[in-house]
Design a protein around this ligand. Structure first.
Ligand code: TNX
Length: 476
């Protein structure tokens, strides 16, 4: 019970408990979404206890696991209540998302008790601090297949994160099929950092990812990085270049050398098509336009460009998100700035826009843990497990109030990451700590967390996560 991450808002342990048996049933009602959550819970229970429980519509007997939509709005759209007592287990919420988070907590309780099916009596009441609890995956520097993305979705959702931002395009590769510009993938998807191919998602595969994410209450936010980080697009279509000559495809890791032509109408025709096609298959109300490291775009041109790019996004009924450099430009009041480094965020603050915070020296999962970490980069510093946890998102950034912040996001850039095992090694165990900062009430302490994380190691093992056994923690 002392292994729960993110830490629930309130938890009361009492005497006694409930014994799971092969007779226990999961009572989920007939409604589609809750039924699916019931089946997911049956899978978790089978994985952790080997019991194969029936999922049923209604059941009078005691001794069951009940998933209940109770219409109680006090815990908001994502909160839940979880009660284990001698009569059984009840998870109650006002929404399917809340029930989903309840079964994630139950899953951690199960693996805390691996040797026995006896669950301790407990009453948990829980709801999130921030509405935006995100992870970002760079599928451009190295490409990751649909199954890898699904596994990442499962893992982040388990820690109650609800956004996956996909960095779909960069200098080294274009990863999403755009039917009206087919060479983006015929040419621009064929490379990645240091060679080895590349790849892309067809629109059908992208929809499959979006659907899968939805079943885990995760929203997919697509990013098309502009006007820099565009070598793969420029290499695919000569006419997008000011020189009208296509550069070579690129497999290095330098940044800041490419730019779309700001004074060419074809650029906006191109972006109109890309945003329209991708917006059509993206149910999320957001569209990320990038805007970082535009060293190859003159400053004035950057403003002209971002203003037009924002208009394209809003014309497609999406809310624009951009890396905080866009704060130098007149922003639509709805546009969200994503802070990652430096003081550029102040422009967006002055304009009164909202933020997602991803400070590089705290949330960048691609930074090495220590000098000798075999993977990762170091430009934002070494980030130990302790460092990544030990900060307060509501007041970390000078001049930002908690009310300016929608939440936090943990980016994972993939210059040095090739396999799913690599992803897991860099994300775990830092990602659970960042998820806790986004979910749990303020006032957390590293000294308490590190004891919980030590116990939580077994659970990550049960989930077969390739995590870094950080020396910051006395693993049990
Ligand atoms: C900076 S963060 C970048 C990315 C790199 C990353 C590596 C940001 C908006 N830009 O292009 O992949 O550093 O850590």
């Amino acid at each position: 019970m002392h292994n729960l991450i993110p830490k629930p808002a309130s938890i009361t342990i009492s005497e006694g408990g409930f014994l799971l048996s092969s007779e226990t049933k999961i009572v989920s009602g007939t409604e589609g979404a809750i039924r699916a959550i019931g089946r997911l819970l049956a899978e978790y229970i089978e994985q952790h206890t080997k019991l194969n429980l029936a999922v049923v519509d209604a059941h009078q007997n005691l001794g069951n696991i009940h998933l209940i939509l109770n219409g109680d709005t006090r815990l908001g759209e994502e909160g839940y209540e979880l009660i284990v007592d001698s009569y059984g287990i009840r998870i109650q919420a006002n929404s399917p998302a809340g029930l989903f988070y309840g079964i994630q907590t139950l899953r951690q309780i199960l693996s805390a008790n691996q040797s026995t099916l006896n669950l301790p009596a407990v009453s948990i009441t829980d709801s999130p601090r921030f509405s935006w609890r995100g992870a970002m995956l760079d599928v451009a520097r190295h490409f990751f297949c649909v199954d890898d993305v699904k596994r990442y979705i499962d893992l982040i959702a388990h820690y109650k994160m609800n956004r996956l931002h996909l960095h779909l395009t960069d200098d080294q590769g274009w990863r999403i099929e755009i039917k009206s510009w087919p060479k983006l993938t015929e040419v621009g998807a064929q490379t990645q950092v240091n060679g080895g191919g590349g790849g892309f998602y067809t629109q059908e595969q992208y929809k499959e990812i979006v659907e899968y994410a939805k079943s885990r209450f995760v929203m997919i936010i697509p990013e098309i990085d502009t006007p820099g980080h565009t070598n793969a697009a420029l290499a695919s279509y000569p006419e997008l270049n000011i020189s009208e000559e296509a550069p070579k495809l690129y497999e290095g890791t330098e940044v800041g050398f490419s730019s779309l032509g700001v004074h060419m109408e074809v650029t906006y025709k191109f972006l109109d098509d890309v945003v329209r096609e991708l917006a059509e298959i993206t149910p999320a109300p957001y569209f990320h336009i990038g805007g970082d490291e535009t060293h190859a775009t003159p400053k004035e041109d950057f403003k002209t460009f971002i203003e037009r790019m924002q208009k394209i996004v809003y014309a497609n009924n999406k809310i624009a998100i951009g890396w905080a450099e866009i704060g130098e430009v007149a922003l639509n009041p709805q546009t969200i700035a994503q802070h990652w480094q430096g003081a550029a965020y102040k422009g967006a603050k002055e304009q009164g826009n909202k933020f997602i915070v991803s400070p590089g020296n705290k949330t960048y999962l691609d930074m090495k843990y220590a000098e000798d970490t075999p993977l990762g980069l170091t430009w934002a510093g070494l980030i130990s497990v302790k460092d990544s946890y030990n900060w307060e998102p509501g007041s970390y950034m000078q001049e930002l109030e908690e009310s300016d912040i929608l939440g936090i996001e943990a980016p994972l850039w993939s210059e040095t990451l090739v396999t799913m095992k690599d992803i897991e090694f860099m994300a775990f165990p830092r990602l659970p700590g960042l998820a806790e900062l986004a979910w749990s009430p303020k006032g957390l302490s590293w000294d308490e967390y590190k004891l919980r994380l030590a116990k939580h190691g077994k659970h990550m093992q049960a989930l077969d996560i390739n995590f870094f056994k950080s020396p910051d923690v006395d693993w049990e």
